[in-house]
Design a protein around this ligand. Structure first.
Ligand code: SF4
Length: 341
């Protein structure tokens, strides 16, 4: 777990807010036991803290607090049109945590949530029950780490392992994707590969990591972790999505691919995805307010049907160039371009 005690800010999870209704939940107790120094505050509902008005997301992110709550509204959501389904029908995602310990400048969570504090919904079994109910009538492709990075918080909550156990018991109808920028090699030593759990590693050139993906593992660390997972037999997807514009992007992305495929056997990858940065107009407006100096969010994007993306010519050039390069390593059938999805 990274240390986020930046400057004069409180240490990471110095305060933990706990909803009354999960006060005695076994998972609450397990998590609190890891943070004996934390100040624990009982609250009525997580939204009392999470949805307060006039919060400063960027300041909060420098000293994130933890909120333990019960998810009592909708558990499963249909996949957004800007996300990839990888050819799967019945594409859904679920949100068993909100927010992320990493701090990517282009992250849509900054535009979506009013707070940077982390919420863990401890009633994971209720989400499992909803998934089981859905599986009675249909198959399901479920992304379980969209609004957070579950693997980065595995030490705290153990949710990636819990989802993997659940998927193991529902192999016929359920396929899950766990997306991450984490390089948690130990996790893969402790788990068994499954035919319906895909670990999706998001990779960016090191210059993008350094400029925009604050607190995340380096490109080399992510590649090493993905390579370990591949050789241990896990299903691994590499996501070159979102591609982020930087000067000389062609060189940086080409170098990244050389680095990736000098370590990872492309034959053993499940698939790869490509997509340049795109975001809803509403989210970008908030992200720009919060990050007035960020080149990632202040790029002169083009608006299109409620979304912003790079100007069409640049967007197509970026995606085409990367896709062409990937074809040297993988067949078309295992390369997914987001706007084709
Ligand atoms: S790792 Fe993903 S979820 Fe976390 S801050 Fe970066 S983009 Fe957002």
């Amino acid at each position: 777990m990274k240390s986020l005690n930046k400057g004069c800010f409180n240490p990471f999870f110095s305060h933990i807010y706990v909803e009354n209704k999960v006060w005695d939940h076994p998972r609450t107790k397990r998590i609190l036991a890891q943070y004996r120094q934390a100040q624990v505050i009982r609250i009525g509902h997580y939204k009392d803290v999470f949805c307060r008005s006039r919060q400063n997301y960027m300041l909060q992110h420098r000293s994130q607090k933890l909120i333990l709550a019960a998810k009592d509204t909708q558990m499963l959501y249909r996949g957004s049109p800007v996300c990839q389904s990888f050819g799967n029908t019945n594409f859904y995602y679920t949100s068993c945590m909100m927010n992320c310990i990493y701090d990517c400048e282009y992250c849509y969570l900054k535009g979506m949530y009013p707070s940077a504090n982390i919420v863990i919904f401890v009633n994971l079994e209720d989400i499992f029950a909803d998934v089981e109910q859905m599986l009675e009538t249909q198959t399901l492709y479920l992304c379980v780490a969209y609004d957070t990075d579950l693997l980065a918080l595995e030490k705290v909550a153990g949710y990636a392992a819990a989802w993997s156990r659940f998927a193991a018991g529902h192999a016929s109808g359920l396929k899950i994707e766990i997306r991450t920028k984490c390089a948690n090699k130990r996790f893969f030593e402790s788990q068994e590969p499954l035919s319906n759990v895909i670990y999706a590693f998001t990779l960016s050139p090191q210059t993008v990591v350094e400029r925009f993906e604050h607190d995340t593992p380096s490109l080399s660390e992510r590649i090493a972790c993905a390579a370990k997972a591949v050789s241990a037999g896990f299903l691994v997807r590499l996501c070159f999505d979102p591609m982020i514009y930087v000067p000389k992007w062609q060189d940086h992305y080409a170098e990244m691919l050389e680095q990736v495929f000098s370590v990872i056997d492309a034959e053993k990858l499940t698939d790869v995805s490509v997509g340049s940065f795109r975001i809803s107009q509403d989210y970008l407006k908030k992200m720009r307010r919060q990050q007035p100096d960020s080149a990632a969010v202040w790029f002169p994007f083009q608006a299109d049907h409620g979304y912003y993306h790079y100007p069409k010519e640049l967007m197509e050039q970026m995606e085409q160039e990367l896709t062409d390069r990937l074809r040297q390593y993988l067949p078309n059938s295992r390369i997914f371009l987001w706007n084709e999805a």
